[in-house]
Design a protein around this ligand. Structure first.
Ligand SMILES: [Zn+2]
Length: 392
């Protein structure tokens, strides 16, 4: 057993925690606030609350509010130019994963020369080292899905080549994250479900990954347990603060899983889907793949699947030994039914069956690294087979 553990993020967690930012030292004098082009951070007053806090602390700010649900490279470059021009000395990501991920990538490009894709490993990225680090990053999350507030990862799409690739290093951990479940009341039902399943899969993938550690396992099993118990409640009653808080905790735990283990190839395959069909929400893409993906792996690492089934509340010991690993997949489908997402189909997002070979190629080419941490090495044919089995 050997592992390294490094998570340099201060996390303020709990209902009402946004107010605590008032008392918190911030890492600069002028912030670039990165948020979405959507209206919710404005409509629900989150942005104005943040602006008021910054003003009262004597911190200047500039707003960059163009980020799309599937964030793109050109906005990273544009935000970084703005940060440089305005001499911003830190970046605040306010919103869901897309805003916070963009804030991380902008923080890197505000301090490094050239193009963002110069620093990306995979696909057409040049994999250059990030020499100058990044501006300090503050993350204020208004959703429970990506876990980005507790990990160094950012996922950006290069829109001209349809490559959606994760990136991160020790400089892209937020220095400070606020996880205030009260900011999540406004997330609509469907997105609550998609994001909750994204968090679940960060935990399940991190648990079956061949680089899992005892620490990531502890975070992952707790996250799986909380999502199975509280996500259906959260989907049915978005104003239930106990459910919102527990799903937010599960999400932060799954971010810690991503910091201590890794996602696996389910994420590579999903990135291929949503890079080529940007209107497909990431969590929905993962849900579409999940039954086929986990069915394929259930008997490759049966003990892990039995532990995950147990975390989902299944009385595994009462089952025949040969049925135990698949009990996790059955519980997963039941959870999808409870959250009303069992009928999602690729075809309804315009994905054609004939695209699968090229999508499988894209997954290996752009996010090949995640295939190396799968508990079993998938061939191209097996990758296609999982995607065909998932196709509806
Ligand atoms: Zn994800």
């Amino acid at each position: 057993m050997n592992f390294n553990y490094y998570i340099p993020t201060k996390i303020l967690f709990g209902p009402g925690k946004l107010n605590e930012l008032q008392k918190e030292p911030l890492p600069g004098k002028k912030a670039l606030i990165v948020t979405t082009a959507g209206k919710s951070v404005k409509r629900y007053g989150y942005l104005s609350r943040l602006e008021k806090i910054l003003t009262s602390k004597g911190i200047e700010y500039i707003l960059f509010d163009k980020i799309l649900p599937n964030p793109i490279k050109s906005h990273v470059m544009e935000g970084a130019e703005l940060a440089k021009k305005e001499n911003c000395d830190f970046v605040i990501g306010l919103g869901g994963g897309s805003s916070i991920d963009s804030a991380k990538s902008i923080a890197v490009m505000a301090k490094n020369e050239g193009d963002y894709w110069d620093y990306i490993s995979g696909g057409s990225g040049k994999g250059k080292p990030v020499e100058n680090g990044a501006l300090p990053i503050v993350a204020i999350t208004t959703t429970a899905g990506t876990g980005t507030e507790a990990d160094p990862w950012t996922v950006i799409t290069k829109e001209d080549t349809n490559e959606k690739i994760g990136f991160g290093n020790e400089h892209t951990f937020p220095v400070l994250s606020v996880v205030d479940p009260e900011l999540m009341f406004s997330v609509p039902k469907e997105l609550t479900a998609y994001q909750g399943f994204d968090a679940l899969f960060h935990a399940t993938e991190g648990f079956i990954a061949n680089i899992a550690t005892p620490i990531s396992d502890a975070y992952a099993l707790k996250s799986i347990e909380l999502i199975a118990k509280y996500l259906p409640i959260c989907v049915k009653d978005g104003m239930n603060i106990e459910a919102r808080t527990n799903v937010a905790l599960a999400n932060t735990l799954s971010g810690l899983v991503e910091s201590t283990s890794s996602c696996t190839s389910e994420h590579s395959m999903e990135h291929a889907l949503s890079a080529n069909h940007p209107e497909l929400p990431h969590g929905a893409g993962l849900i579409m793949l999940s039954e086929a993906y986990y069915t394929f792996f259930a008997n490759k690492v049966p003990d892990k699947f039995i532990a995950m089934a147990r975390a989902m509340g299944i009385d595994v010991d009462s089952l025949n030994e040969e049925d135990r690993p698949m009990a996790f997949v059955k519980a997963l489908i039941k959870l999808q039914q409870e959250c009303e997402v069992q009928n999602l189909t690729m075809s309804s997002y315009g994905i054609k069956k004939e695209e699968i070979p090229s999508l499988a190629q894209n997954a290996h080419k752009t996010m090949g690294g995640l295939f190396t941490v799968d508990p079993y090495k998938l061939s191209m044919e097996e990758t296609e087979k999982i995607m065909y089995n998932a196709y509806k």
